[in-house]
Design a protein around this ligand. Structure first.
Ligand SMILES: Cc1ncc(COP(=O)(O)O)c(C=O)c1O
Length: 390
């Protein structure tokens, strides 16, 4: 049996992170794991915050009837109510628990929503560079991705979005703080986008993918997209902020201002089921509901960001400090980002070429490694840029 042609093609396109991962495994076997500095995966290395571990112990000790069984496909009613209350407090909007769906991560949330709104050939605008899985999520539901380039500072350009909208446009995916660039989209930009959508009057869902929302530095704050954009659906998860990416817990929340949200409710509930998730993990729903006020461990990431950006800049890299997330997206010292990432790997440092995110000429580094790895990786970065100058 061979894989379907579509999947074979997708595998080929999706292979950058996987290739670097395999390259890393090969280098580690050859040189010893302690001599390879792997910045490829956005998989937090720190422990979950103590409050989350306490909540996990409390939830695991709960012995009520039904806590381990199926529940309504959208999640435990009391958990959905807690998330709705939390969203009401942060956005100032009266989120309805019926419009909150507990999902298998933010990726589950985006897939549930796209499946709920796309007919074959419907279009989804994605701002480039982007999280490398978005194109596949759109294709999962027979949609057509329309890529719109951000500007040279990786901020969306509303005029370019306007030019890309057609009668088939059903959604725009926004991701701020952004993977891979670390940019936070400022409120005036979201206001400008809202004005465009209001002018067009066409029902276009703005999917605000927010798994890095509290991971922001230097007093920067991620604006509440739902408070600014009317037709907003929030996709969120605790994978990154609580360092629990393997536990698979997140949610989808439709704004109380979203047009037609009542008719979408049934579709989202049904799709959470038939995409094969059935429901989000029961134990982690109950943990998440207890931890809505818990924040991430920011200081460690900030220190690693400052050390690496400072050192790279001194070496001659163009490596601006990200405002949020735990990613750096420096410019490749040579135009061919794949060639540069290979050169870097020969020096024992692993990153992902920008073209894996739809923007050549850059590379992504994830700070989800111990500080000692950042420190010991620096000579490798220095040798790599030195070779580019030879
Ligand atoms: C922008 C963005 N969205 C969604 C996801 C999916 O995360 P999860 O499904 O674990 O919430 C990721 C993971 O890297 C991401 O970077």
């Amino acid at each position: 049996m061979r894989p379907a042609r579509t999947i074979a093609e997708q595998l080929e396109r999706a292979s950058w992170i996987r290739r670097m991962f395999e390259e890393g495994a090969r280098l580690k076997a050859e040189r010893g794991a302690e001599n390879v500095f792997d910045f490829t995966l956005g998989n937090p290395d720190c422990d979950p915050p103590p409050g989350v571990l306490e909540a996990l112990r409390a939830a695991a000790g709960e012995n009520r009837a039904g806590v381990h069984g199926y529940m309504p496909n959208g999640g435990f009613p009391e958990v959905r109510a807690a998330v709705a209350r939390h969203l009401a407090a942060t956005t100032g909007l009266p989120f309805d628990p019926e419009d909150v769906f507990m999902t298998v991560g933010s990726s589950g949330a985006i897939n549930v929503l796209l499946k709920s709104i796309l007919d074959p050939g419907d279009e989804v605008i994605v701002l480039m560079p982007c999280f490398s899985e978005y194109p596949f999520y759109v294709q999962n539901h027979a949609g057509r991705m329309v890529a719109v380039e951000t500007d040279e500072r990786f901020l969306p350009v509303v005029g370019r979005i306007a030019a890309a909208i057609t009668p088939r446009t059903r959604a725009i995916i926004l991701n701020s703080p952004n993977n891979p660039t670390g940019r936070v989209y400022p409120a005036p930009l979201l206001t400008e986008l809202e004005a465009l959508l209001a002018r067009l009057g066409q029902p276009i869902a703005v999917i605000s993918d927010e798994p890095y929302k509290p991971l922001v530095f230097d007093g920067v704050r991620q604006p509440e997209t739902a408070a600014i954009v009317t037709n907003c659906a929030i996709a969120n998860s605790w994978s990154k902020v609580f360092a629990i990416a393997g536990e698979r817990i997140g949610y989808l929340a439709l704004s109380p201002r979203m047009e037609g949200r009542e008719s979408l409710r049934g579709a989202c509930t049904f799709n959470n089921r038939i995409l094969g998730f059935i429901n989000a993990p029961a134990l982690w729903q109950r943990v998440a509901a207890r931890c809505l006020g818990v924040g991430p461990e920011l200081e460690g990431y900030r220190r690693k960001r400052d050390l690496l950006c400072g050192a790279l800049t001194r070496m001659g890299y163009d490596a601006p400090k990200p405002e949020g997330t735990f990613y750096l997206f420096p410019r490749s010292p040579i135009p061919d980002d794949v060639a540069f990432v290979r050169l870097l790997a020969r020096e024992g440092v692993l990153g992902v070429p920008g073209r894996g995110f739809g923007r050549s000429g850059y590379f992504r580094l994830s700070l989800t490694v111990p500080m000692s790895v950042v420190e010991r990786s620096l000579p490798g970065f220095e040798r790599a840029i030195g070779r580019c100058r030879q």
